[in-house]
Design a protein around this ligand. Structure first.
Ligand code: UDP
Ligand code: MN
Length: 287
């Protein structure tokens, strides 16, 4: 395999932070070589699962989500799409076609009345399936929202023991602007003078065992809070942020290239916009 030698004194990106203080790489276009990573991945024979939830009205996002994943997500590699839904037959009726080596697996789950519970219970449902089937079917999991569209390459460069994603609204902001849970009574509490990054609830993943630890931890933190009549300000996202902070966890961090908002246009440091959150009428889609 031929490629240019990495130059110690010529970092490919000097305009953005490419490593965290605990030495987790932050993934930006230009900082990695896809061919090297794909070779390594194929040699190991790793398998990837992409989990998403399409509950109640969010089923409308599923077809474009998977169809764009077919064009941009782990292209040329085997992928299991795990779709958690309360409407299995409606998912089947969507007739979504995927390429060879790729398959859609429908997991029927209960729906909750409050949208906050729908998003928070994802932690419980993912952790349950880790033991039941993810452990035997895939090596890595990528867990994302469904109200999204892929529009550029997302490949094995995202994979690591446990990865998190910089929230597009906060990565240039100070700690005081982070919307961490600030009530000490909550399991998700983070004091004003702590915190590295503000991570997005809708995009994390890693080895199955690590995703199990993460989701199981967050689910139990949420149960404890529920028993104490408190719910963190941004639901599962708040618990995820405290898990990452106190375990110095992400072993890799995805830049906002991997999670951007449709309405935010572009920015000079973004060489690619890979995955975008679609604009939606919150009030309409959540009721
Ligand atoms: N979700 C769902 N049905 C609902 C509410 C949420 O399936 O009624 C799932 C869906 O996968 C969605 C995710 O939970 O993408 C997170 O919710 P949402 O996208 O509304 O949160 P936001 O990105 O707006 O913070
Ligand atoms: Mn979303």
């Amino acid at each position: 395999m031929l490629y240019p030698k990495p130059e110690t004194l010529k970092p490919p990106r000097t305009d953005v932070l490419t490593v965290s203080p605990w030495l987790a790489p932050i993934v930006w276009e230009g900082s990695f070589n896809t061919e090297i990573l794909n070779n390594q991945f194929r040699q190991k024979g790793w398998r990837v699962g992409l989990t998403t939830f399409a509950i109640k009205k969010y089923i409308r996002f599923l077809k474009p989500f998977i169809e764009t994943a077919e064009k941009f997500f782990m292209v040329g590699l085997p992928v299991n799409y795990y779709v958690f839904t309360d409407q299995a037959s409606n998912v089947t009726d969507l007739n979504i076609i995927v390429g060879t080596g790729r398959q859609i697996i429908i997991l029927e789950v209960p729906s909750y009345e409050r949208w906050q519970d729908v998003t928070m219970r994802r932690m419980q449902m993912i952790s349950d399936v880790c033991q039941q089937r993810f452990a035997s079917e895939v090596d890595y999991l990528v867990c994302v929202d469904v109200d999204m569209r892929f529009q550029d390459h997302v490949g094995v460069e995202i994979l690591s023991d446990v990865f998190g994603t910089l929230h597009p609204a906060f990565f240039v902001k100070g700690r005081d602007k982070f919307t961490y849970e600030r009530r000490p009574e909550s399991q998700a509490y983070i004091p004003e003078d702590e915190g590295d990054f503000y991570y997005a609830g809708g995009y994390f993943g890693g080895k199955v065992e690590e995703v199990y630890k993460l989701t199981n931890h967050c689910h139990h933190a949420m149960l404890t809070d529920k028993a104490n009549n408190i719910e963190a300000i941004w639901h599962d996202e708040s618990y995820l942020n405290s898990y990452f902070l106190y375990n110095k966890k992400p072993t890799k961090i995805l830049s906002p290239e991997y999670l951007w908002n449709e309405m935010d246009g572009t920015a000079f440091y973004l060489r690619k916009i890979r995955f975008i959150a679609l604009q939606k009428n919150m009030a309409e889609v959540r009721t």
